[in-house]
Design a protein around this ligand. Structure first.
Ligand code: GRF
Length: 219
Protein backbone atom coordinates (compact mmCIF):
# COMPACT_ATOMS: atom_id res chain seq x y z
CA UNK A 1 0.00 0.00 0.00
CA UNK A 2 2.73 2.47 0.98
CA UNK A 3 4.60 2.27 -2.30
CA UNK A 4 1.48 3.28 -4.22
CA UNK A 5 0.95 6.85 -5.34
CA UNK A 6 -1.12 8.85 -2.92
CA UNK A 7 -4.23 10.77 -3.87
CA UNK A 8 -6.55 13.20 -2.14
CA UNK A 9 -10.03 13.42 -3.67
CA UNK A 10 -12.05 16.66 -3.47
CA UNK A 11 -15.83 16.26 -3.74
CA UNK A 12 -19.01 18.30 -3.30
CA UNK A 13 -21.82 15.90 -4.08
CA UNK A 14 -23.02 12.42 -4.85
CA UNK A 15 -19.61 10.84 -5.19
CA UNK A 16 -20.29 8.50 -8.13
CA UNK A 17 -16.83 9.19 -9.54
CA UNK A 18 -15.30 8.67 -6.10
CA UNK A 19 -17.18 5.38 -5.87
CA UNK A 20 -15.81 4.27 -9.23
CA UNK A 21 -12.25 5.12 -8.16
CA UNK A 22 -12.62 3.24 -4.89
CA UNK A 23 -14.11 0.25 -6.71
CA UNK A 24 -11.23 0.20 -9.19
CA UNK A 25 -8.80 0.48 -6.32
CA UNK A 26 -10.47 -2.43 -4.51
CA UNK A 27 -10.48 -4.51 -7.69
CA UNK A 28 -6.73 -3.93 -8.05
CA UNK A 29 -7.01 -2.08 -11.36
CA UNK A 30 -6.10 1.37 -10.03
CA UNK A 31 -2.68 1.62 -8.37
CA UNK A 32 -3.60 4.56 -6.18
CA UNK A 33 -3.98 4.94 -2.45
CA UNK A 34 -6.80 7.41 -1.74
CA UNK A 35 -5.64 8.73 1.62
CA UNK A 36 -8.37 11.29 2.26
CA UNK A 37 -11.56 12.77 0.85
CA UNK A 38 -12.15 16.48 1.44
CA UNK A 39 -15.42 18.30 0.89
CA UNK A 40 -16.80 21.79 1.27
CA UNK A 41 -20.30 20.41 2.02
CA UNK A 42 -21.27 18.50 5.16
CA UNK A 43 -23.62 15.53 4.96
CA UNK A 44 -23.11 14.67 1.30
CA UNK A 45 -23.36 11.07 0.01
CA UNK A 46 -19.69 11.17 -1.06
CA UNK A 47 -18.67 11.23 2.62
CA UNK A 48 -20.65 8.03 3.30
CA UNK A 49 -19.03 6.39 0.29
CA UNK A 50 -15.60 7.33 1.67
CA UNK A 51 -16.48 6.09 5.15
CA UNK A 52 -17.73 2.75 3.82
CA UNK A 53 -14.34 2.30 2.15
CA UNK A 54 -12.56 3.33 5.39
CA UNK A 55 -11.15 6.47 3.77
CA UNK A 56 -11.05 9.40 6.20
CA UNK A 57 -13.11 12.44 5.29
CA UNK A 58 -12.63 16.11 6.12
CA UNK A 59 -15.33 18.77 5.87
CA UNK A 60 -13.96 22.24 5.31
CA UNK A 61 -16.64 24.87 4.79
CA UNK A 62 -16.02 28.29 3.25
CA UNK A 63 -18.19 30.13 5.76
CA UNK A 64 -16.09 32.01 8.29
CA UNK A 65 -13.25 32.63 5.86
CA UNK A 66 -12.68 36.23 4.83
CA UNK A 67 -12.00 35.45 1.15
CA UNK A 68 -11.71 32.71 -1.44
CA UNK A 69 -7.92 33.03 -1.16
CA UNK A 70 -8.02 32.48 2.60
CA UNK A 71 -10.28 29.44 2.21
CA UNK A 72 -8.23 27.94 -0.60
CA UNK A 73 -5.02 28.47 1.40
CA UNK A 74 -6.53 26.45 4.25
CA UNK A 75 -7.74 23.82 1.79
CA UNK A 76 -4.22 23.67 0.33
CA UNK A 77 -2.82 23.13 3.83
CA UNK A 78 -5.15 20.15 4.37
CA UNK A 79 -4.35 18.71 0.96
CA UNK A 80 -0.57 19.19 1.31
CA UNK A 81 -0.65 17.48 4.73
CA UNK A 82 -1.53 14.25 2.88
CA UNK A 83 1.64 14.55 0.80
CA UNK A 84 -0.31 13.62 -2.33
CA UNK A 85 1.08 12.64 -5.70
CA UNK A 86 -2.35 13.45 -7.16
CA UNK A 87 -5.10 15.85 -6.23
CA UNK A 88 -8.27 14.52 -7.81
CA UNK A 89 -11.31 16.73 -8.36
CA UNK A 90 -14.40 14.52 -8.51
CA UNK A 91 -17.35 16.87 -8.67
CA UNK A 92 -15.72 19.57 -6.54
CA UNK A 93 -18.07 22.45 -7.25
CA UNK A 94 -15.88 25.42 -6.38
CA UNK A 95 -13.43 27.22 -8.58
CA UNK A 96 -9.94 26.93 -7.09
CA UNK A 97 -7.86 30.07 -6.91
CA UNK A 98 -4.63 30.38 -8.87
CA UNK A 99 -2.37 29.95 -5.82
CA UNK A 100 -3.96 26.53 -5.16
CA UNK A 101 -3.70 25.52 -8.81
CA UNK A 102 -0.07 26.62 -8.92
CA UNK A 103 0.84 24.77 -5.73
CA UNK A 104 -0.45 21.48 -7.14
CA UNK A 105 0.34 22.12 -10.82
CA UNK A 106 0.96 18.94 -12.80
CA UNK A 107 -0.76 16.75 -10.22
CA UNK A 108 -4.21 18.37 -10.15
CA UNK A 109 -6.72 16.38 -12.22
CA UNK A 110 -10.39 16.97 -13.05
CA UNK A 111 -13.22 15.28 -14.89
CA UNK A 112 -15.55 17.56 -16.82
CA UNK A 113 -18.87 16.31 -18.22
CA UNK A 114 -18.42 17.37 -21.85
CA UNK A 115 -16.19 16.74 -24.82
CA UNK A 116 -13.84 19.65 -24.15
CA UNK A 117 -13.25 22.18 -25.59
CA UNK A 118 -17.03 22.06 -26.17
CA UNK A 119 -19.20 23.21 -23.27
CA UNK A 120 -16.83 24.50 -20.63
CA UNK A 121 -18.49 25.51 -17.37
CA UNK A 122 -21.86 24.38 -16.00
CA UNK A 123 -25.03 22.85 -17.44
CA UNK A 124 -23.16 20.91 -20.08
CA UNK A 125 -25.83 18.27 -20.82
CA UNK A 126 -28.56 20.79 -21.55
CA UNK A 127 -26.16 22.79 -23.69
CA UNK A 128 -25.08 19.72 -25.69
CA UNK A 129 -28.74 18.94 -26.42
CA UNK A 130 -29.53 22.55 -27.31
CA UNK A 131 -26.58 22.63 -29.71
CA UNK A 132 -27.82 19.44 -31.41
CA UNK A 133 -24.55 17.60 -30.67
CA UNK A 134 -24.55 14.10 -32.14
CA UNK A 135 -22.12 12.89 -29.47
CA UNK A 136 -21.51 13.95 -25.90
CA UNK A 137 -19.33 12.70 -23.08
CA UNK A 138 -16.68 13.64 -20.57
CA UNK A 139 -13.02 14.61 -20.44
CA UNK A 140 -10.29 13.95 -17.88
CA UNK A 141 -7.81 16.80 -17.92
CA UNK A 142 -5.06 18.43 -15.92
CA UNK A 143 -6.15 21.61 -14.21
CA UNK A 144 -4.58 24.92 -15.09
CA UNK A 145 -5.60 28.44 -14.14
CA UNK A 146 -8.02 28.56 -17.13
CA UNK A 147 -11.35 26.98 -16.20
CA UNK A 148 -11.86 23.59 -17.92
CA UNK A 149 -9.06 24.39 -20.36
CA UNK A 150 -6.07 22.39 -19.08
CA UNK A 151 -4.48 19.69 -21.27
CA UNK A 152 -6.79 16.75 -21.93
CA UNK A 153 -5.76 13.16 -21.18
CA UNK A 154 -8.74 10.94 -21.94
CA UNK A 155 -12.15 11.57 -23.41
CA UNK A 156 -15.10 9.21 -23.72
CA UNK A 157 -18.24 9.74 -25.77
CA UNK A 158 -21.68 8.28 -26.41
CA UNK A 159 -24.24 8.98 -29.12
CA UNK A 160 -26.95 11.44 -28.07
CA UNK A 161 -30.38 9.77 -28.46
CA UNK A 162 -33.40 11.55 -29.93
CA UNK A 163 -35.34 11.02 -26.70
CA UNK A 164 -32.54 12.23 -24.37
CA UNK A 165 -33.33 14.86 -21.78
CA UNK A 166 -30.60 16.68 -19.85
CA UNK A 167 -31.20 14.26 -16.97
CA UNK A 168 -31.10 11.07 -19.03
CA UNK A 169 -28.02 12.27 -20.87
CA UNK A 170 -26.28 13.20 -17.60
CA UNK A 171 -27.04 9.74 -16.20
CA UNK A 172 -25.77 7.96 -19.28
CA UNK A 173 -22.60 10.07 -19.39
CA UNK A 174 -21.99 9.31 -15.71
CA UNK A 175 -22.57 5.55 -15.96
CA UNK A 176 -21.17 4.83 -19.42
CA UNK A 177 -18.38 7.38 -19.60
CA UNK A 178 -17.25 9.06 -16.38
CA UNK A 179 -17.07 5.98 -14.17
CA UNK A 180 -15.05 4.28 -16.89
CA UNK A 181 -12.60 6.97 -18.00
CA UNK A 182 -11.65 8.48 -14.62
CA UNK A 183 -10.21 5.25 -13.17
CA UNK A 184 -8.54 4.55 -16.52
CA UNK A 185 -6.88 7.98 -16.82
CA UNK A 186 -5.79 8.07 -13.18
CA UNK A 187 -4.37 4.58 -13.59
CA UNK A 188 -2.26 5.82 -16.49
CA UNK A 189 -1.05 8.79 -14.44
CA UNK A 190 -0.35 6.74 -11.32
CA UNK A 191 1.60 4.13 -13.26
CA UNK A 192 3.61 6.79 -15.11
CA UNK A 193 2.27 5.76 -18.52
CA UNK A 194 0.94 9.27 -18.95
CA UNK A 195 2.97 12.23 -17.77
CA UNK A 196 3.21 15.93 -18.21
CA UNK A 197 6.32 17.64 -19.58
CA UNK A 198 6.89 21.09 -21.09
CA UNK A 199 3.20 21.90 -20.87
CA UNK A 200 2.19 18.78 -22.86
CA UNK A 201 0.60 15.52 -21.87
CA UNK A 202 2.65 12.53 -23.01
CA UNK A 203 1.63 8.92 -23.32
CA UNK A 204 4.41 6.33 -23.46
CA UNK A 205 6.85 9.26 -23.86
CA UNK A 206 5.03 10.65 -26.92
CA UNK A 207 3.23 14.02 -26.74
CA UNK A 208 -0.53 13.74 -27.24
CA UNK A 209 -1.89 16.06 -29.92
CA UNK A 210 -5.38 15.60 -28.47
CA UNK A 211 -6.84 13.60 -25.61
CA UNK A 212 -7.14 9.84 -26.22
CA UNK A 213 -10.72 9.14 -27.24
CA UNK A 214 -12.78 6.08 -26.32
CA UNK A 215 -16.15 5.20 -27.74
CA UNK A 216 -18.34 4.22 -24.78
CA UNK A 217 -21.56 3.39 -26.66
CA UNK A 218 -21.37 -0.28 -25.95
CA UNK A 219 -20.76 -0.06 -22.19
C1 GRF B 1 -19.77 14.78 -12.54
O1 GRF B 1 -20.63 14.88 -13.63
C2 GRF B 1 -18.45 15.43 -12.84
O2 GRF B 1 -18.06 15.32 -14.18
C3 GRF B 1 -18.74 16.87 -12.52
O3 GRF B 1 -19.56 16.82 -11.37
C4 GRF B 1 -20.28 15.60 -11.35
C5 GRF B 1 -19.99 14.93 -10.05
O4 GRF B 1 -20.80 13.80 -9.80
N1 GRF B 1 -17.51 17.63 -12.38
P1 GRF B 1 -20.40 12.79 -8.63
O5 GRF B 1 -20.29 13.59 -7.34
O6 GRF B 1 -19.10 12.12 -8.99
O7 GRF B 1 -21.53 11.81 -8.54
Amino acid sequence: MDSLSRAVVLVSGRGRNLQALLAARAAGTLPLNITRVITNRPGIPALDIAARASVPGTVLQPKGFSSRAAFDAELARHVAAENPDWVVLAGYMRILDSAFVQQFAGRLVNIHPSLLPRHRGLDTHRRALAAGDARHGATVHLVTADLDAGPGILQGSIAVAAQDTPTSLADRVMHQVETRIYPQALGWLASGRVDFADGRVRMDNRPLEAPIHVDCDST
